[in-house]
Design a protein around this ligand. Sequence first.
Ligand code: GA4
Length: 340
Amino acid sequence: MVVLAKPPAPLEQISLVRSPEQGDYFAGVPAVDLAAPGAARDVVRACERFGFFKVANGHGVPEGVVGRLEAEAVRFFASPQAEKDAHGPASPFGYGNRRIGRNGDMGWLEYLLLAIDGASLSDASPAPSSSLRDAANEYVGAMRGMARTVLEMVAEGLGVSPRGALADMVTDAASDQLLRLNHYPPCPLLQSLMPNCSPTGFGEHTDPQLVSILHSNGTSGLQVALHDAADNAGHWVSVPSDPSSFLVIVGDSLQVMTNGRLRSVRHRVVANKLKSRVSMIYFGGPPLEQRIAPLRQLLAAAGGDGEEQSRYEEFTWGEYKKAAYLSRLGDNRLAPFYRH
Ligand code: GA4
């Protein structure tokens, strides 16, 4: 019998977790049809209770847009390592391999992190090819549209006017948006050595922005920490993959803007040992100088005679982002801003 003293070399700095089992799959992923009557109420309910929801219908993303970018991503990740490395390291933009951020976090993945300027990729992070750039621009256009719709619905569902109070922050000319293409390669070596363990693909974290929209291919791996009921608070569940849908994820900034009514959700990815997972995530963040503080109307409406107090110290998105880049992936980045 082979006794494994330490993980095989390529996995050395990557933590291993228990492989997901059938029973870990969450059957209760909230789904919202964005074109259905009552969608605004459903969006708010899902974001309050779970911090994420799935959109299979009514998203308005034209046919082919997802497939074109995914094919470009697959093609790029299949190119020779030296070619990919020429687009890195990701600091923070460009090609990254296993290193996440600047503070020592590692995951079993490679990725392309691209900055967005307005409605298209920024010159600050050149795409590796013109065909990937074109497909990414088309995709970003669709994701901004969906992020706008979702945030308009959040405002409507919370009784905040104007409808654009939150949505304008992601479609402003100075909005701080990102596109991330992730490839989690298979790891057959680990499958034969430690069948019950899987490599951490992307460690647990919350997203700092307002909202993130994730699409993945048919390989599962995403897990979220449920925080709805007392009996399963912090309980990790696997989200079944569904390449025909998108997952909308609440970020820390939206939590603060709603004074904690909507809650950001901790999530992570466990790499599959036999199949590649490819995901594409759009992150909708506000302009750098945007003040992140609860919407006045919400505080007034919740306060009865007076005004509800903000639960957070005020900060700008630029300040929060700077603090985020100094943190480790799994840190509770909002904790230093809680008001006691
Ligand atoms: C998490 C969400 C996005 O993927 C990201 C990540 C960023 C990075 O990969 O460079 C961070 C992470 C994310 C939060 C804490 C810092 C910064 C890695 C990290 C350790 C692009 C983002 O905006 O914040």
